[in-house]
Design a binder for this molecule. Structure first.
Ligand code: ATP
Ligand code: MG
Length: 563
């Protein structure tokens, strides 16, 4: 058993794919595989949706089938075309294509209405005038059966008449609902005469004012699936109890379709230290706790894209997380692993100083500029290319690469100590300039050893540390460093009080090597020792460079070198 599971996993065969393998083998659904991704256009997609997208579109690709993009636009009060547009953009960006198969639940409103009339005629549905509270009370509890609505026993003709009048707009919101007539004593609460339609006098972004009755998810979804010829309707675990109702609805309309779809449930993705529900994300956006749906701290696809994550790394992450039947939460470090793994071979290495400290090399000729060569790629990446890096008498290094009174195991710059400058010379600190009032170090003075060009080891001396630097004539840039959105690993109802106050740190006085002067939108770099960075697609402009840190580096040199 253990072995089959391991080999299934190794071959990318999760339980859903194994079911499909079997269905294809048995030639069920005429051998077809048709899936769908059915978002409600009421918010932006997040990385949890990416898991569902990768699964549904991935299956369609693997089995040479189709995956439909279907908007579940059944609640006009919350939905908007702007969300629909963002969802289309996100799915495409993730690398998937629905071709001509773009649909809306609202395409089928007419059909759904007809089916509902049919159900009423068969005594399988009725118009109920109980209010929300009464319906809840009549429903009973998990331990006590419910009671049948007094409306259920009224004649069919009356229900048909009321349903038509509901549709015609004669009643206000909440006055009537249509319910399936199933079983008020069912152990599955979803089967206790569930709602099929409700009245909503609201403008729908697609159907306008045509309808004022809207189908509920549990009714609209199976019908949409059946109409589109979906074979495998994959959703998340919280819909497990809805499956019985899904099948009930399909049974009622059986005979209209060549085959009926099946619902399968998998565990939803839950990422730690962030929120993963559109309702919560919407609150963060509306309360302006974040800068918008594309704030790089958010786990939205738009946020991840703006931060600089690649679609490949998100797809890889979804694959790594896998498809399972049990809910669990995933550590952010898994996503970070995928990002580093992908960016390692894609992002050229460059030098940038995030918190600059001036270094004056006193024995270097004033006014001289030397052009050094820096490779864009380390030896283990099979890519070539380099750029010139100017070296001058005044340069910047990171503030924390210098210590006035360092411990013994500090191998970077300190008075009397020698350090190697990446691609350049070894320098030795002679003294510092301090602000006479605050004591703050204003500049570090050094001498360089001309014999150590390109990092050549100095004769007879050991230089352990290598630090990055840029010439003082380098362009400035703004750099945004991101940390976890929440300070707790799991968000609770009070997640607004869990916001990590340090989730965004903006550094406005960074210096980047001159080759980055013309860095443009879409560019990603590794700033050596600092992480992977992305040119912010919104705020970065010619003359004002803005970089987002995508992810830190796993092994920073500094860490290794102080050990
Ligand atoms: P949320 O709960 O985050 O608001 P939702 O389920 O309401 O999301 P829908 O637009 O209805 O959002 O979701 C579209 C599809 O994406 C559904 O099939 C749903 O099961 C799936 N999905 C949503 N969240 C996740 C998740 N965290 N992991 C995997 N799939 C998800
Ligand atoms: Mg939903």
């Amino acid at each position: 058993m253990e072995n089959t599971q391991t080999s299934d996993k190794a071959a990318g065969r999760d339980f859903i794919r194994r079911i499909i393998d079997e269905d294809v083998k048995e030639n069920r659904h005429g051998g077809k595989v048709v899936t769908r991704f059915p978002p409600e256009p009421n918010g932006f997609l997040h990385i949890g949706h990416a898991k569902s997208i990768c699964l549904n579109f991935g299956i369609a690709e693997e089995y040479k089938g189709q995956c439909h993009l279907r908007f579940d636009d059944t609640d006009p009060t919350k939905e908007d075309v702007k969300y629909e547009n963002s969802i289309e953009q996100d799915v495409k960006w993730l690398g998937f294509d629905w071709g001509k198969n773009l649909f809306h639940a609202s395409d089928y409103f007419e059909k759904m209405f007809e089916f509902a009339v049919g159900l009423i005629k068969k005594g399988k549905a009725y118009v109920c005038g109980l209010n929300e509270e009464e319906i809840r009370e009549y429903r009973g509890t998990v331990t006590a059966p419910g009671r049948i609505s007094p409306y259920a026993s009224r004649p069919v003709s009356e229900h048909l008449d009321l349903f038509q009048r509901m549709k015609a707009g004669e009643f206000p919101d909440g006055k009537y609902v249509v319910r399936a007539r199933i079983d008020m004593a069912s152990s599955n609460m979803k089967m206790r005469d569930p709602l099929l339609y409700r009245i909503r006098h609201a403008h729908h972004y697609r159907t306008g004012g045509k309808w004022c009755i809207y189908p509920m998810y549990d009714y609209a979804h199976p019908i949409s699936d059946a109409i589109e010829g979906i074979t495998h309707s994959i959703c998340t675990l919280e819909f497990e109890n809805n499956r019985e109702l899904y099948d009930w609805v399909l049974n009622q309309i059986d005979g209209h379709f060549p085959y009926l779809p099946h619902q399968y449930e998998f565990a939803r993705l839950d990422l730690q230290y962030t929120v993963m529900s559109k309702r919560k994300l919407l609150q963060l956006v509306e309360k302006q706790i974040v800068s918008g749906w594309d704030d790089p701290r958010l786990p939205t696809i738009a946020g991840l894209r703006r931060r600089g994550c690649t679609p490949e790394s998100i797809r890889k992450f979804c694959e790594l997380v896998g498809i399972a039947k049990a809910n669990s939460s995933v550590e952010m470090s898994q996503l970070e692993f995928c990002l580093r793994d992908d960016l390692n071979t894609k992002a050229p290495r460059v030098l940038a100083v995030l918190r600059p400290l001036k270094v004056v090399i006193d024995n270097y000729p004033e006014g001289q500029t030397e052009s050094l060569e820096g490779s864009y790629w380390p030896h283990d990446i099979p890519k070539t290319g380099s750029r010139p890096i100017p070296f001058t008498r005044e340069i910047y290094i990171e503030k924390d690469d210098f210590m006035e009174n360092p411990p013994k195991d500090f191998f970077r710059l300190a008075p009397g100590r020698e350090v190697r400058l990446r691609y350049a010379y070894c320098i030795t600190c002679t003294h510092v300039d301090k602000d006479p009032v605050t004591g703050e170090i204003l500049a570090v003075h050094c001498t360089y050893d001309p014999e150590t060009k390109s990092g050549t080891a100095p004769a007879g001396r050991k230089v352990k540390g290598t630090i990055h630097w840029v010439s003082s004539e380098s362009p400035t840039a703004e750099v945004r460093l991101y940390d976890r959105l929440l300070s707790d690993s799991h968000s609770d109802a009070d997640f607004l009080s869990q916001i990590n106050p340090n989730s965004l740190e903006t550094l406005t006085d960074c210096r980047v090597e001159p080759s980055l002067q013309n860095a443009g939108h879409g560019d990603r770099f590794q700033f050596e020792r600092q992480g992977y960075f992305f040119v912010d697609p919104v705020d970065s402009k010619p003359g004002k460079l803005v970089f987002n840190r995508i992810v830190t580096l796993k092994d920073s040199w500094a860490k290794k070198q102080t050990k």
